[in-house]
Structures are given as C-alpha cells and as structure tokens.
Design a protein around this ligand. Sequence first.
Ligand SMILES: Cc1cc2nc3c(=O)[nH]c(=O)nc-3n(C[C@H](O)[C@H](O)[C@H](O)COP(=O)(O)OP(=O)(O)OC[C@H]3O[C@@H](n4cnc5c(N)ncnc54)[C@H](O)[C@@H]3O)c2cc1C
Length: 492
Amino acid sequence: MFDVAIVGYGPAGALLARLLGQQGFAVGIFEREATAFSLPRAVHFDGEVMRIFQSAGVAEEMAAVTRATTRGMHFVNAAGRTLMIREGVDGPGPQGWHNNHYFHQPDLEQVLRNAVQSCASVAVRQHAEVVAVEDRGDHAWLKLADRDGGAEFTARYVVGCDGARSLVRDAIGSSWEDLGLRQPWLVTDVIMKRDRGLPDYTIQHCDPARPATACCVTGQRRRWEMMLMAGDDPVEIVKPANVWKLLARWISPEDADLERAAVYTFQSVIAKGWRRGRLLIAGDAAHQTPPFIGQGMCAGMRDCANLAWKLERVLKGGSHDALLDTYETERQPNVHAFIELAVRVGAVIQADGAAAVERDRRFRDGSPELFGFPPSQLGPGAHEDVLPAGELFPQPRLEDGRKMDDAIGQRFAVLGDARLIAHCPPDVRDAWNAVNAAVIPDPGAEVNAWLDAHQAAAVILRPDRHVFGVAADAPELARISGRLGPLCHLAV
Ligand SMILES: Cc1cc2nc3c(=O)[nH]c(=O)nc-3n(C[C@H](O)[C@H](O)[C@H](O)COP(=O)(O)OP(=O)(O)OC[C@H]3O[C@@H](n4cnc5c(N)ncnc54)[C@H](O)[C@@H]3O)c2cc1C
C-alpha cells in the first residue's frame, strides 16, 4: 500500500511527489502519457513559487533553466498608450528570490522529474491511465486501464493532480464556481533565428481589433497569444500560413521558426470540494485561471506546499485527518483572489466597442496604473484568526547570512526575542516540541524589523512559511502556542 498515490505527473503531481518523497513516504505516481508533454503552456512563475522550489531542494536547478527578471508587464492600448503596468521589483523580492521568472515548461518539468527520480521511496508509472478511484473507508483504491495492464493499487490517500478533466474530482463529486471568463485564444511559440529588437518584457496589447500577449520567454523562445475573434475558425487559424499572417505585425518566417500553434479556451473556475475522505485534488484539477497574470501553475504549486506538510503530519500520526479539511478552506480564497484579478485584467485586455472606449477614457489621464499580485493570504484554517496570521512570512537572511528557510528546514518555527523565548515555561516548550518546531532566538535585523512593524515580539511559522500567529509578550506567546494543538488537530 502506498502512503499517497498521485494521479497525474504534470507540474503539480511532480512537485507533490518530490515534497512527500523527500520525507521518505511511499508515493506512487500514475501518469497516462508515456513521456512528459513536450510543449509549453506556462511561461511564468513568481517569487513565492521559487521559494517553494527551494523547499523542494531544486532552487539552484530551477534558476539554471529560468530567466529571472526585474521588469514588469505592460498593458498597451491600440493607440500605443500604456494603461497599466504589473510592477517589477529590482533584485530579490520579499521571498528571497526575484519576483518574476520565465521558463520553458518542459525544462521546469524535467527539473522536477529529476528530483522525483532521486527519491528512493517514489515509484513512477507512466503509460498508466487511472480509470477508477474509490475511498474505501480505511484505504483508497485505484485501477489502471486494461490497455495499461488493468492493475489495482491501494493507498492511504489519493491526490488527483490530473488536470482540468480530473477523474479524481469526479469521484469526489465536486461542483464548479465559475468566475465568468470563457474565451478561446490562439497560443503560438516560436524560436527566434535573428534579433528583431523585441522587448525583454511582456506586453499585453489591449487592441480591440485583436487582443494579444507578446512574451519574452527564455533564450531565443518567444510566445504570442492572440484572442480568437468572431468569425475565426479554430481549425483554420492554427495553420502555419494563417499564424504567420497574424504574427506579421511583429515577425516574419525569416525571423523565427514556428514551434507550435494551438487554441486553448481560457476559463476561470474553482472546484467546490477539494477533499472527500481519502481523495483530494490539487492544481488544475481544483481550479483553472485565464493566464493573463501567469498564475495557474503557480496556484497548483501553492496547493502542493499547503497539502504536503498536512499529509506529512497526518501520515505520521501527529495530527487527526481533520487537518486535511483546512487545505480547501485555506487555499480556496487565495486561489479566488488570483483568478478574480486575472478576470479583471482579462476584461481590460479583451475590452471591445464601447467597453474599450470607456477603458481608454478611464486610463486617459496621468501615469499608467501600477498593480501587483494579491498578497498570499490564506483563508481560515490551521492558524490564528487575526492578521498577520495566515499571511506568507517573507524570507530574509538570518544573522549568519543563511536564507531563513534553509535554516529552518521543513518544519514549524518559533522566531523572536531571545529573552522572551528563554523564559518560556515548560508547557509552552512542550507545545513547540509537539510540532517539532525549530526555535530561533534573535533571528536577525530583518526578522526583527518585521516583528516591530507588527508590534510583535515573536512569531510562529508553519512549515509552508505562513504565519501561524504572532505574540507581543509572554502570556500571548503561551496562548498562541497552546492553540497549535487544537488548530493543527494534534489530538488524534
Ligand atoms: C496558454 C497557457 C499559458 C499559461 N501560462 C501560465 C503561466 O505563465 N504561469 C502559470 O503559472 N500558469 C500558466 N498556465 C497554466 C498552467 O499551464 C497549468 O496550470 C499547469 O500546467 C497545470 O499543471 P497540473 O499539474 O495541475 O496539470 P497538468 O499539467 O494538466 O497535468 C495533469 C497530468 O495528469 C495526467 N492525467 C490526467 N488524467 C489522468 C488519468 N486518469 N490517469 C493518469 N494520468 C492522468 C495528464 O496526462 C497530465 O500529464 C498557462 C496555461 C495555458 C493553457
């Protein structure tokens, strides 16, 4: 019996397998395809996701195949006026890494797969389509297609990382919340043969004649995404001659080789029901967003970071499995905030007719509007109720120069004033020991500045670096430490 069976070996399945495999859990991955999907979809991830890759031990490998950028994303109307800019950040941002990274998805998936392969406790089965999955009370069961051997397997939990048409989601019986955007777009990837002086940042062409996204990926790779307009035939439009006509505004066949052209229907949906008993879903199986702010895969990576430590606690017997119910309550509002922003940004890009005129009027005066990603704030769950609880804690360097997460490892942490920590009574220390917390007194100037800004003397962090709670003094530290047990369902 596996501890966890994962259906789907895309980015979400691979990351979850790595995070669990690092802890030595017996993980089985089942993937329908014989090889990794060779064509890219995602091209961008953010600093928080790089930090998650750091926790999976692959940050250096990822940095080698990605292009970190300090530049933002520009939204330009048909008259060439810049309406909005998603801000870039100079140098490493609050997560300890650059805020924006571009990549070729097959490279990213290869890094994750290499890391999975180095985990002895993880078994990968490709060409293995799962056709049935059930929660059978004291275990979960799954079955492969007859063409793939028809074998049956059991696991303590099954996680469906099986993408938009998830079989595991169907077995859970989830319904959808639809945030309203549904629109086909043409996605084209090219490899440049010569330099055309194109910008090294992404431009959203908010042009009612044909909204389009132009993106600098890595090396000679570039991506154009173009909205399908009334009358476009999705079969005809992907033919190279038609693609080149659309690209003619920027490049010609003398400038680049066309790698692929495909039509995707962008949509904005979130599943209601991410867990039923021993069955869970993550990644595109749980939510899909239009890619206007490059956050779909990022959301899946955040799911895995949230789920991995909770599965670890439950599998090791340290927490009741009610902890797994906090996965959806915490992640759903976070995903909702990102998809809502993508839909709003999509409305700016896709506006036509009177809406485009009104949009241009709104942005006519003054400088372009600046915006950023929503803060990575969790919904209610395994943390205190009051902010900054549930927020993502930044990753400063500690006094000894190490990145904070490297010093802590994959566990809870208590950071704060040395005297306060030294004088904590034994029952408070017992509460920390019960979750195997790292204790870091005097964590350095940057953490102290954060504590001061929040009128706090100590902070308790969860293994996914979200704030469990903050304390201004000894009684408050004792109180929130006492809440670790109930909120993390330690009574099994
Ligand atoms: C044009 C476009 C641009 C995008 N740009 C970005 C971006 O810049 N940044 C970003 O963060 N996101 C972006 N995204 C979204 C991103 O590509 C997806 O969110 C991400 O790839 C989903 O990963 P996943 O692992 O959840 O699912 P998938 O990658 O879909 O993987 C699911 C896997 O499950 C397998 N599978 C399915 N059913 C079964 C079964 N029954 N048995 C066995 N195996 C099964 C499939 O074969 C597949 O390998 C973009 C998407 C598109 C379409």
